[in-house]
Design a binder for this molecule. Sequence first.
Ligand SMILES: [Zn+2]
Length: 133
Amino acid sequence: MDVSCNHDFTHTGTSRLDLERGELVLLVSCDRCGGVVREVGRVSYHPQPRRLYIHLVELAARELGLDPARVERLRLAALRDDEGVEGLEGEVLQLCKARLGKASPAGSWRAEVVAAVERAWASHDRRLDRAAA
Ligand SMILES: [Zn+2]
């Protein structure tokens, strides 16, 4: 950053991740020197470890007792990050995302899906504990 710049130039909105606080920091930066002119806000943001998401979806599908073909379809939907999946499968995808810290979805959820995602999360946690031990 050029310390002699007075930032009297065009500005661009940028963002950086504050991992510690789980926030995306929204900034206005100077186009000439790249320096931060000011911070304009913060939004809750938790980057989704993709592999963990896909793994959790698969575990939850198994917890629900879905047949192998449906488990595989769900795993592929998670892999492609399909947004348009509806019904039970859509709930699994959305609730797994929510479990990983993405903004909580609004709506009512099937109790069995909520329970399956929680069991999947718990079994994943135990696996992490064992890996750490
Ligand atoms: Zn500047």
